[in-house]
Design a binder for this molecule. Structure first.
Ligand code: PLP
Length: 483
């Protein structure tokens, strides 16, 4: 292994690891244990940064020792960073808004820029062979080669780890790369995974096509039946893979209940948190071992960058990182920069999208052109009580079926003026599409029908436009439906 590995949040997670000097990071295969030092603010800023964790941008040499502004910057950054500040606060003491803006930005950056630079460099040069070897062995913080680690990408990993209150995170080129990298790391010939029928279409393909071809036994259970899921888990499994709310019918899984069932048989519990985001719920606090995202969606929020990320226990993330560094599905530094900029407004966007989606769901529930509305925030949703218990908000995506089947979908969607008809979700603009061209494009109409996804369904990802305008737009588009 070369490079210094994924981002480790170990010293700042109370209860998991003490906030202390010289905290020991669990070694990854092939590396020696790494010592983490609590920075000493009485020393120079330059020295301070050399003593901190991997994944950080080095302080330029020309930063004067004892420069009081630099020291103040470091103090401010440590105040909001993950290692705890001089008053002993850790990330657990900060809110989502503060972490969205600041987490990961622990250092005075290149030429004193206030924004994280895009380090578009394939490799990192060393004059001293011993230092190079030390970085390669993971003994000294630093970067070797950007397929393994990169300073801009590392800040993105730190930020999402902080938002998920995770020990560690490692990123990927796309959400599907994160999902397949995780499943291929944790599963092999002879192992068994339990999941549900309603996972994202690409994930379902992994379960139906790719994993069985390498000898993994896959059990996909009815998402609505928690008892059936528990029975399948009780037969024994290595991984329990969950997604909630599901795409596109917004079903809800009780994470605490299912994680407990998974742990009872020694399974690793993985949750796709793409739809909820860490603003709406944090699966790790509900018992999951790993949480992953298509960062392409709400984390990015502007539909201009692809990405994926996996957060969780450092031993597991270390294994997934190792798979990814060799497999090569690495996040690009420019994508990391775009995603970092976007995450600064994650809490604001998601709060707005939660509120608008709920209001639109309530409006459509009484609309004569609509057969059914699927949204966990509605009291009529079968698992509304579970959603209300485990989520802070119900998310920006809803779906609804239009009277008149697929012909009605064909007629209504092009009439929308304030929505992209596109295969994406989670952006600042409203986006609509039927499962046939979005989440379940990989499936045939028959397979969708078997999964309980009607052809009259529309997935509606609420943007941040004015609510009154969105409702008026929907109403005028639905006028074409025989009511
Ligand atoms: N997980 C969910 C819930 C998704 O909706 C998607 C894509 O829509 C993915 C994973 C895959 O993400 P990506 O398109 O970034 O590979």
């Amino acid at each position: 292994m070369s490079g210094s590995g994924p981002y480790w949040l170990v010293p700042g997670v109370p209860g998991k690891n003490p906030v202390s000097t010289n905290a020991q990071i669990p070694p990854m295969k092939g590396t020696k244990p790494m010592k983490i030092h609590q920075p000493d603010l009485s020393r120079s800023c330059h020295r301070l940064m050399l003593m901190t964790r991997p994944g950080q941008i080095k302080v330029p040499n020309r930063l004067d020792q004892g420069d009081s502004h630099s020291v103040r910057l470091c103090q401010r950054i440590l105040f909001v960073g993950s290692v705890g500040n001089s008053r002993g606060r850790t990330i657990m003491d900060y809110g989502d808004g503060t972490l969205s803006v600041w987490a990961g930005e622990q250092v005075p950056m290149w030429e004193r820029s206030t924004q994280v630079p895009i380090v578009q460099s394939v490799s990192f040069g060393y004059r001293d062979i011993d230092e190079w070897i030390s970085v390669a062995l993971g003994e000294t913080p630093g970067h070797i080669y950007s397929r393994n680690t990169n300073p801009t990408v590392a800040v993105f990993e730190q930020r999402i780890a902080a938002l998920e209150r995770a020990e560690a995170a490692t990123s990927f080129a796309t959400g599907m790369a994160a999902i397949s990298g995780t499943l291929h790391t944790l599963l092999g010939p002879g192992s068994r995974v339990v999941s549900v029928k309603d996972t994202y279409g690409g994930t379902t393909k992994l379960f139906l096509e790719f994993l069985p071809s390498i000898g993994v036994e896959v059990a996909l259970v009815d998402t609505d039946d928690h008892e059936a899921i528990e029975s399948s888990i009780a037969e024994g499994c290595d991984v329990l893979y969950l997604e909630t709310p599901t795409n596109p019918t917004l079903k809800i899984l009780d994470l605490e209940r299912l994680a407990a069932a998974g742990h009872a048989v020694g399974a690793i519990v993985v949750v796709d948190n793409t739809f909820a985001t860490p603003i709406n719920h944090r699966p790790l606090s509900l018992g999951a071992d790993l949480v992953l995202h298509s960062a392409t969606k709400f984390l990015g929020g502007h539909a201009d960058a692809l990405g994926g990320i996996v957060c969780g226990r450092s031993d597991l993330v270390g294994r997934i990182y190792h798979y990814r560094e060799i497999n090569g599905a690495t996040m690009d530094p420019f994508a990391a920069y775009l995603l970092l900029r976007s995450v600064k407004t994650l809490h604001l966007r998601v709060e707005r999208q939660n509120a608008s989606a709920l209001a639109i769901a309530r409006h459509l529930e009484g609309h004569p052109a609509i057969e059914a509305v699927f949204y966990p925030g509605l009291e009529s949703h079968p698992n509304h009580d579970v959603a209300a218990r485990q989520m802070k908000g119900f998310g920006g995506v809803l779906s609804f079926s239009i009277r008149g089947g697929f012909d009605a979908v064909r007629a209504v969607l092009p009439r929308l003026e304030l929505a992209h008809l596109a295969a994406n979700l989670g952006a600042v603009e409203t986006i609509v599409g039927p499962p046939a061209t979005t989440s379940h494009v990989e499936m045939s109409a028959k397979e969708r029908e078997e999964m309980g996804i009607p052809e009259s369904l529309v997935r509606y990802s609420t943007g941040i436009e004015d609510l009154a305008d969105l409702i008026a737009d929907l109403d005028q588009a639905l006028e074409v439906v025989d009511q």
